[in-house]
Design a protein around this ligand. Structure first.
Ligand code: SAH
Length: 352
């Protein structure tokens, strides 16, 4: 819809959510733009073009539309091989469902589109929370390749849209440096563990969800990996007990869920991150590597790095910063729209 200020000056074109706290989401600086199928198609084609080179025989899943990062606020589209999983996260995009599906069907090689519209933000938009096919059929599980590793995505029931695509490049980074005894904390379907297992001698994958680790075990079989052990446990307890036993690891991945869900919980979240990170630092063998991440939008990059510094101090170890990581190219972050950025990570090495 066209948006004008009280003096009737044109502000632009926006998607409208009548019942949301966020009533308008701007998509054009001009007025008089018809948000028809051709318009959606042009934006979606631009998003697909931005990802040129990501998908190939070795990598068959990535995010195709990252909301505002692709100029399509509240629309998320993930591609898993020949299928798309879509999230229509506002009343504004819901009103354009027909045009969006038309535009997505035109993407080459697509056989089915599923809406994972069960996200809680839909309730705040006055929308129903449902999982439903939008076009064709989407299988219960889809075998996906990620830099040569195979895993099963669960588009209908898995977390987010069926898998965590945002750590793809980080998994490749750690696969390149992993060795010795390795630990994958908050493993979910074992995605990091599978990559670690190629070069590490053994991997322990820890998660509190037994069904998630059953899927991890299935994924290990799919890749012919026999050096991954699944442990159903609370990670906070696991690392405390491992420290008590004097366990040491050459490689650790720490990829927790978002601890800070809102601004009020930032301080508590930072304490949680620091506690886990300092314990992981103590668990490192000399020269050992820790890849640590935070997907809390509310914990910004400076706070994340500050937390790591504090953790290193309290761990009493000399930690060397080997790399700072962010979002992969299929999760574009717009510098002037901080909401498009949430994932940050670091690779650190125990220097003593
Ligand atoms: N590393 C995964 C994604 C992790 S998602 C990947 O790359 O795909 C977060 C995971 O943490 C979920 O699987 C959830 O079951 C698990 N989890 C949440 N709280 C936990 C806790 N306290 N202890 C262990 N696992 C936990």
């Amino acid at each position: 819809m066209d948006v004008r200020d009280p003096q009737a000056r044109a502000l632009g074109t926006a998607l409208w959510s009548p019942r949301s706290e966020i009533a308008l989401r701007f998509v054009e600086r001009r007025t008089g733009v018809a948000l028809d199928t051709a318009w959606w198609r042009a934006r979606i084609d631009a998003a697909v073009a931005r990802r040129a080179g990501i998908l190939d025989a070795e990598t068959t899943a990535c995010r195709l539309v990252h909301g505002e990062g692709d100029g399509l606020p509240s629309l998320v589209v993930d591609r898993f091989d020949r299928w798309l999983v879509v999230q229509l996260l506002s009343a504004g995009v819901e009103a354009h469902r027909v045009e969006i599906v038309e535009a997505l069907r035109a993407i080459e090689g697509i056989e089915g589109i599923l809406a994972r519209n069960d996200a809680s933000v839909r309730a705040r938009e006055g929308l129903a929370r449902v999982v439903e096919p939008l076009w064709g059929t989407v299988p219960e599980t889809i075998e996906v390749h990620e830099h040569g590793v195979r895993y099963l995505a669960a588009p209908h029931t898995g977390q987010k849209t069926g898998a965590f695509l945002d750590q793809r490049e980080a998994r490749r980074l750690v696969a390149g440096v992993a060795r010795g005894r390795a630990l994958d904390l908050f493993s979910y379907h074992g995605s990091f563990a599978l990559h670690l297992a190629a070069t590490a001698s053994s991997v322990i994958a820890v998660d509190s969800s037994a069904p998630a680790l059953e899927r991890a075990a299935e994924n290990a079989r799919l890749n012919g990996r026999t050096n991954i052990t699944m442990v159903v446990a609370d990670v906070f307890d696991f690392v405390r007990e491992a420290e008590g036993r004097g366990d040491r690891f050459e490689t650790i991945v720490l990829d927790p869920p978002a601890f800070a869900k809102n601004r009020a919980s930032i301080a508590g979240a930072l304490r949680g991150y620091k506690d886990l990170n300092l314990r992981c630092m103590r668990l490192l063998a000399p020269g050992g590597l820790l890849y640590t991440a935070s997907c809390s939008y509310h914990v910004r990059k400076p706070e994340f790095l500050g937390m790591l510094e504090e953790a290193a101090k309290d761990a009493g170890r000399r930690m060397i910063l080997r790399a700072i990581t962010g979002q992969p190219a299929d999760h574009p972050e717009v510098l002037t729209i901080p909401e498009t950025g949430y994932l940050k990570g670091a690779l650190v090495e125990a220097g003593d």
